[in-house]
Design a protein around this ligand. Structure first.
Ligand SMILES: [Zn+2]
Ligand SMILES: [Zn+2]
Length: 279
């Protein structure tokens, strides 16, 4: 059973149409493809879906679900943002009823002095300025806040999948902002894992950062995967695909890594429930 639930399209910052991503998934012998463009935000952005396209998006994916039903299972999802000040209250509750599943992510961590929200993953300069403006330059406080937001999102909103758990490391090459071995960092991750264990959200191993050359390893880091395994928390695998080629990037390798870590199963969402697949 080959599946991917983290797939972007040209409704957001993906490069291909929904149909092209489905055709790509067929080419790579997928059984399930979940489409998960970035949902609309309560303010302007160039990487998310404009608010007035959301209905068309859901309609189009549902239409293609029917067209392809004998060849591949297509699911309709969204990657939705937990945003400081808004949490997820800016999202129309009705939308969740129209989705098969959704991915909950934290990209925004605060507001710059000019009032614009900044993201943890754009680039090093934006991260540095954001930490300066929102956290008086205190990276520990910024990172702890990032994990606190993930905890709140999991506890209050129960996303189907938690998106790229340690995205905050994306611009931390050479540990130029923080060291993942420090106790405070590990404690922030442990606290999040405890919250996840109590709920029904599944963590994804996300190959997107490595595919795009931003990180040397996957989200989350290997030591976090080990902690997930030790706590018996379910894990799934995702491409975070923004183009067709990435659909097939490190598919076997990422599962092999989980096997090496001691995982016996990966979780696959079939549109109704999570199933455990032996690996
Ligand atoms: Zn994301
Ligand atoms: Zn994504």
């Amino acid at each position: 059973m080959k599946f991917n639930l983290h797939t972007h399209t040209d409704y957001c910052d993906g490069t291909k149409k929904v149909k092209e991503m489905i055709e790509g998934a067929l080419k790579y012998n997928y059984d399930i493809i979940g489409i998960s463009s970035h949902g609309p935000l309560p303010f302007e952005s160039d990487w998310t879906m404009p608010k007035d396209r959301l209905k068309d998006y859901i309609k189009e994916v549902n239409k293609l679900k029917k067209v392809y039903e004998n060849r591949i299972k297509v699911l309709v999802g969204l990657e939705l943002d937990y945003i400081p000040d808004f949490k997820m209250e800016y999202i129309d509750k009705e939308i969740f009823n129209e989705l098969d599943y959704w991915i909950g992510s934290v990209h925004f961590l605060g507001k710059n002095k000019n009032g614009d929200y900044w993201t943890v993953d754009y680039n090093e300069k934006e991260l540095r300025k954001g930490v300066e403006d929102s956290f008086e330059g205190n990276i520990k406080k910024a990172v702890e806040t990032y994990y606190k937001y993930l905890e709140e999102m999991v506890e209050i909103y129960h996303p189907t999948i938690l998106g790229h758990l340690d995205l905050i490391k994306k611009n931390n090459g050479n540990s130029n902002f923080f060291n993942e071995n420090e106790k405070w960092y590990r404690d922030a991750v442990f606290s999040l894992l405890e919250k996840i264990k109590k709920g029904n959200t599944v963590i994804e191993l996300n190959t997107g950062g490595k595919y795009r050359g931003y990180t040397l390893d996957y989200y989350p880091s290997n030591w976090i995967l080990k902690e997930i395994k030790d706590r018996n928390i379910p894990i799934t695998v995702s491409r975070d695909a923004h183009d067709v080629k990435s659909l097939n990037y490190d598919y076997e390798e990422s599962i092999r890594l989980l096997t090496m870590m001691g995982f016996k199963n990966i979780s696959c969402f079939d549109g109704e429930k999570w199933k455990e697949l032996k690996i």
